[in-house]
Design a protein around this ligand. Structure first.
Ligand code: HEM
Length: 505
């Protein structure tokens, strides 16, 4: 599985690099696929509300009302219809890419199983919303969908009667159409909101909105597409005739040709099989658990920064239990902790200047990568440097390979996440012999632990506690984030910093 992850991730990284060149890291759609899906749903919702004003929810009124909107009111109703259709199509693309990306980035196992597991039904809900939407137009396509869906339902042995027969006989009632309207306009959207809320309920600082530039660009692209190629209906449904030519929407209706060609049984087996495989994927094989963070109350002042910063909501605050004169203390829910170490970087007592002669103990620490070990490693590696300049390269284990850049001039600290180092460690390194520091990590916008890079930037810019000390010489600190595919660029950045430092001597 890890070979598949590595290969897929490499391919995705190359594509993302191309998009980085066009859009820049900030607006790269690949880094905002979840929030882009949300944004497309907003467009679907608003355009759908407009369509609802003019749409007639009856078998005889549906088709003419859609036609009136499309042709007589093309300048608004028609555009809204096209936006509704194309934003829905776009959502299928972004959701599928989002899920694939989480898979290849190996961000769906272990603690993250919950987001994956709840994502699978959302995917099917999106498809059901699309299918029921096509049904409501009640044109030849809707007729094809209705008859083929009836074939699918008839295949279920426990359901009595023959729906296909009813459709072919033209017995489809207004009431059935009302049921479809209810599903598309109310039941499925409500279920979707509930599922999406569940989907992101175990993560904090959720990226709900794409960056403004990306949102505006996406809206304009959809508008342009709506003007160039407006969404149209087929001819009206006529159950006494079999539709001859249909222009299928492959994003939503791809299961129907499968039913036609191979039968309802095959289509059901395919759908259920894919769903089951997707749902058990987080355990094929399960991720090896890493030891969770732990709290040392004597070192904790109860500030709560760790709880604010944890990307997975694993840290929460509760009333103090050790009788100290502070109101709260953090507590860790082990089942939610990804062992990223971000809470260690958030803790004010991770400051390496504290307790310089004894073991450095922090309010928040990691059993397998303690802050004391980090300080010891930093000092040892800086002392080992013999080159003309001494650079600290600090970053994470999910970006470029840092160890291979270690040499006589470069000390390397590779952390679970770059959000783990407290900013005071940079000042400490400069005071203990480093001439310069290069901070790296996963590519901007692509932090493996979601918000590690953002937290580092916020702390360096003094917008979030614990912030970089005012006295720290920022001239000698650089940030360059790099994925495995950007190894050469990172090496260049390192050489450039070393060169600058040599010249400055
Ligand atoms: C229906 C549409 C969906 C929407 C709108 C959506 C949206 C989101 C958003 C906004 C996040 C949080 C991103 C962040 O802040 O880092 C997220 C996380 C996630 N999504 Fe989705 N998602 C959808 C469907 C899916 C599907 C179908 C899957 C996979 C089957 C999936 C898998 C995940 C996983 C694994 C995470 C957690 C990533 C992490 O922990 O770092 N999502 N989703």
């Amino acid at each position: 599985m890890s070979v598949l992850h590595r290969f897929g991730h490499r391919v995705i990284q190359s594509v993302e690099q191309l998009f980085n060149r066009i859009f820049g890291n900030g607006w790269n759609p690949w880094y905002h696929l979840g929030s882009l899906s949300f944004f497309l749903f907003w467009i679907v919702l608003f355009s759908g509300l407009y369509l609802l004003i003019f749409f007639e929810t009856s078998l005889s009124g549906a088709y003419p009302s859609v036609e009136r909107m499309t042709h007589e009111q093309w300048w608004l109703g028609g555009i809204m219809r096209s936006l509704h259709r194309y934003a829905s199509d776009g959502a299928v693309i972004t959701v599928v890419l989002h899920a694939s990306r989480e898979f290849f980035r190996d961000r769906y196992r272990g603690v993250r199983w919950f987001s994956w597991f709840t994502g699978v039904p959302t995917l099917w809900l999106v498809v059901l919303l699309g299918i029921s939407g096509y049904w409501l137009v009640w044109d030849a396509m809707a007729q094809y969908i209705a008859v083929t869906t009836a074939e699918l339902i008839d295949w279920i042995p426990i359901l009595p009667g023959s729906m296909v027969f009813n459709f072919l006989e033209g017995n489809v009632s207004d009431r059935f159409f009302t049921l479809m309207s209810f599903l598309h306009l109310l039941a499925l959207p409500v279920a979707m909101v509930f599922l999406l809320w569940t989907h992101v309920s175990r993560i904090s600082q959720v990226d709900f909105m794409p960056p403004r530039g990306l949102a505006v660009g996406t809206s304009l692209a959809l508008l342009l597409l709506s003007l160039i190629k407006p969404a149209l209906s087929h001819g009206p449904a006529n159950l006494s005739q079999i539709p001859e030519v249909l222009h299928l929407d492959w994003f939503y209706l791809n299961i129907y040709p499968v039913v036609d060609r191979f039968g309802a049984g095959t289509a059901w087996s395919l759908g259920i099989g894919i769903t089951l495989v997707l749902m058990v994927l987080p355990w094929l094989p399960p991720q090896r658990p890493k030891p969770p963070a732990f709290v040392t109350l004597e070192q904790c002042n109860g500030c709560g920064q760790c709880a604010k910063d944890c990307p997975f909501g694993a840290v929460s605050m509760r009333p103090r239990t050790d009788g100290r004169d502070v109101s709260h203390e953090p507590t860790i829910k082990n089942s939610l902790c990804t062992s990223c170490g971000i809470c260690v970087g958030s803790c004010v007592s991770s400051n390496p200047y504290r307790l310089s002669k004894t073991t450095l103990r922090s309010g928040m620490d990691m059993p397998h990568a303690s802050i004391d070990q980090l300080r010891t490693d930093l000092l040892t590696r800086l002392q080992q440097l013999t080159g003309p300049v001494r650079v600290l390269l600090i970053g994470c284990q999910h970006g470029a390979d840092l160890e291979s850049l270690q040499d006589q001039q470069t000390a390397v600290l590779s952390l679970p996440c770059s959000g783990m180092f407290p900013p005071s460690l940079l000042d400490f390194a400069l005071k203990r012999g480093a001439d310069g520091i290069l901070i790296t990590g996963c590519r901007d916008g692509d932090c493996y632990y979601r918000i590690g890079n953002w937290l580092v930037d916020e702390r360096l810019q003094g917008r979030r506690e614990p912030h970089l000390l005012k006295r720290t010489d920022r001239q000698h600190i650089r940030v360059y984030r790099a994925a495995a595919a950007d190894q050469d660029q990172l090496r260049q950045q390192l050489l450039a910093l070393q060169g600058e430092l040599r010249c400055a001597r």
